[in-house]
Design a protein around this ligand. Sequence first.
Ligand code: ADA
Length: 550
Amino acid sequence: MKLLDGIWDFAFSETSDTIPNQFPFSATVPGCFDCSPEFGGKRGTGFYRQFIKLDKDLNYRLILHGVAHNADVYLDRKLIASHHGGFTGFFVDLNPEVSANHELIIAADNRFDGLERPLHMPHFDWYSYGGIIRSVTLEPWSKVLIERIEPIIKDWKSGTATLRLFIQADKKIERPLTVEVFYENGLLKSDSIENFQQPAEIEIQIPSAKPWSPENPQLYKLDIQIADARKSLNIGFRNIRTEGNQILLNDEPIRLRGVNRHDSSVQFGFAIPPAMHLYDIQKIKELGCNFVRTSHYPPGQVFLDLCDREGILVWCEPSAWQYDEQMMNDPRTISAQQNSITEMIEQYGHHPSIICWGLLNECDSSSLKTRHVYEKLISQVRKLDSSRPVTYATCYVFARETFEETEIQDVMFDLVDWISINIYPGWYEGGPEDCNQRMDFVMKCIEKQQYNKPIIISEIGSGGIPGFEHYYPIKWSLSYQEILMERLIEYIRQNSMINGVAIWHFADILTGDDLWKRRPRQYNNKGLLDEFRRPKPVFGAIKKIYHDNW
Ligand code: ADA
């Protein structure tokens, strides 16, 4: 496979979608053109160009792993693919008629366009960068292309799995074809496949396999060979399910100690380099987390590869943020969500670290008028992957000013495997002096409903502006953040009714232009680390609690 990452020719236009003749700038791939001195803050179309040598006797799959917000792909100035949504990849197959250097142009448009582009909207609480935010790869093939491998764990204890192989095969090659699975340089299993229309399935068993867990993230590297095609897969044997009000990993109850993490930084935008993914994982482990919520969109694959290797449990979700009833019921929103759910599960489902699929963050789940959307999307997730719990993060559980008014307005909890609540006692309501009372009333209110399913606090946080202190702890000061978060997370640690928590959030990020009034510095300042991933005082306070016994 050829990696097309590196320096590309670049041109930019704020108004025109027409391919320019001149490419006077340079741009890096991956990269966000609007996270640069030259184009910072601009919205329009970035045209990336490079020349690729194609052989007329070969087939090619061109894979774009992430282009935000909208992509148009041109070969020799002919439109060959388009895609909305920067956080999942897409591909286009090339069958060149002539062997030559072909001009490849990728137009990345970071403008908003209402519900025409519902996966990137100006009201979302993060800055929506534009560009080729993830890698571009070119996969030449002649007889067979292994598109993807979907591992289905049949029994985590005995290390048995079914590998579903999605294959393209040249019409001319003879059937049946032999599939070989290699493990530790030896042949583990071989089988033959006749029909390529639907995925081929091959059963494998790893002798004396150890389960994958946070304590021992055991992975087994498999190589699958079919004719001239070879693809690797790291497989982990684990089981995740809920039983009553418990979350069970490999039949043992677990409690989640986590953090929400935007796959974004002020230095690189969405194009987080591998070294920063690793830095973040090391800080997350230092904090004592066993859990990360990839708020609010799928991250770069390297981050999840690291979660697989380091034993971090992951909640992964497609891009969505506070859609109101009208947005939820718009067919453009629904179809964009359906596409991104399918792409997310197909492209990320092989990671053993992902233990649940989330969706529709803080969208309107308080009205029966949007229930059909939740039902449609949740059933689509279950149909694509019945092996993982499904949840969504709600903001419709309120700790009102007068506690007795604490109320649950959410009407969809029956649809999910566990309930996930975003709540900010002591920040949006009250302070450190009454935050635990508010938590008590919320938990009592939930207990009364007898949902008999696990409950996690999927967001809880406090602002803290780096370098800001007052002569007593006031909101936005670092000491206020430390005091409040210490109380809240210790409360959660001691309350066994709560199965886990994901603190909002890992590191300060730039947020959308529309939010500057509510976000000092136009940042979301609730990070445990600042915008350069330097720990704030609250990091040390949480680290003590997360390393305590849960
Ligand atoms: C919500 C939302 C987060 C962030 C947070 C905050 O819970 O899901 O993305 O906006 O509030 O900072 O208030």
